[in-house]
Each structure stands twice: as C-alpha cells, then as structure tokens.
Design a protein around this ligand. Sequence first.
Ligand code: SF4
Length: 214
Amino acid sequence: MKWNEAKLRYDKLGPKVVENLKKRHFDAYYVSTKEEAIEKFFELVPKDHVVSWGGTCTVDELELKPMLREKGYAVIDRDEAKNMEERMDIMRKALLCDTFLMSSNAISEDGQLFNIDGNGNRVAAMCFGPKSVVVIAGMNKVAKTYEDAVVRARTYAAPMRAQSFPGIQTPCMVNGSCADCISKDSVCAYMVTTRVSRPAGKIKVILVGEDLGF
Ligand code: SF4
C-alpha cells in the first residue's frame, strides 16, 4: 500500500473513530498531521500542570519531552533517576501528576483502548491518579474490532516493545513471536481495556492521521 492511499484512508476513518470515542465519554480529536498533534496537545495541557508520561515511542517520536521543558512545564521524569529504587519512586510520584501522557497499544474502531504493560505504571495512570490523561496515537494503532485490537497489541505491539529491553528473557525476545509466556520478565503482566472515560473527559485522545510508534 502506498502512503498516499493509507493517508486517504486515515483521514476518512479517523473522524469516525473519534465520534465513537466521544460516545464513550473520551474527549477526542482527530488531527491529520504530527504537527497538528503537537499543537493540540499543548492546547489541552494548562501551563500550570505537572506533566509525566509512560514508556512510549510515540511521545519520543513527537519530541514532546524536550518541548515540555522548553515551554516551562514542571515534569516528573523517571529517566532522571540515578538508580532503580529512585526510578520506582519517581514512577509512583507520576501517578499523582496533573497530566499523564501516553499512547495506546491499540484502539478499536468502536472506540475502546487496549493496553499492555510490564510494570503496570502506565495502565495504572490511565485508570486512576492523574487528573487528566492525554493519549496520542497514530492511526496505525486502530484495529477493526475490539478482538482485533487485542490481537494487534499482543502479537505485534508487545513483541516489538520487548525489543527495547535487551536484558529480558522472553520468547518474543528470542524469536520475535509471542508465546503467551508467564516469564518473570514478561512485558505483558497487565492488560487493560478502557471501555469508557470515567469521569467523562478525563481521558483525552488525540488520534493522528500518520503512523506513530508500533
Ligand atoms: S512472549 Fe511473553 S512477553 Fe513476549 S509478547 Fe508474549 S506474553 Fe508478552
């Protein structure tokens, strides 16, 4: 498929997925480009908010972390930790930030988010803690049905994510394919479906008409 065809499809489907997200009480927006996604993100986050984030390639691809610092936001960044104990403490503090930034491993066309997590900090923040959660996701994360979203996350996104942790010993790390492991290193310890944003509007979704992350 040529990129132009993908883009045409994204711009047709994206607004429909956003309508379905809104029915589920997400505050949702479709933007066509990465630049518009960055603009929308800063529109949604008040300047006095303390911002933190979960492990996400999408946020790195958009270079939002340095932009937050440049614009003077207070941030909670686990990568500033000097050791693992401090890192865990920072991850706990992040659960009480004002805005938590993340992506979603998959989104079904009917507007449900599906996420997989190893430590659970990212999905915990989605469920409770931060006043506001901003999810930025490329249209490549959209799957036809909820079941397709689970398959996407489990068989594609999770084995890809595992490659970011070279020290782990999981089947997907060894051969690239999910074997539904119960390894202590599993990056799939927690699997969370977000059917509805409760309270309404707490979770804001920016769906982007480009490929972002995996
Ligand atoms: S092999 Fe284990 S860690 Fe890897 S994707 Fe499957 S369940 Fe997750």
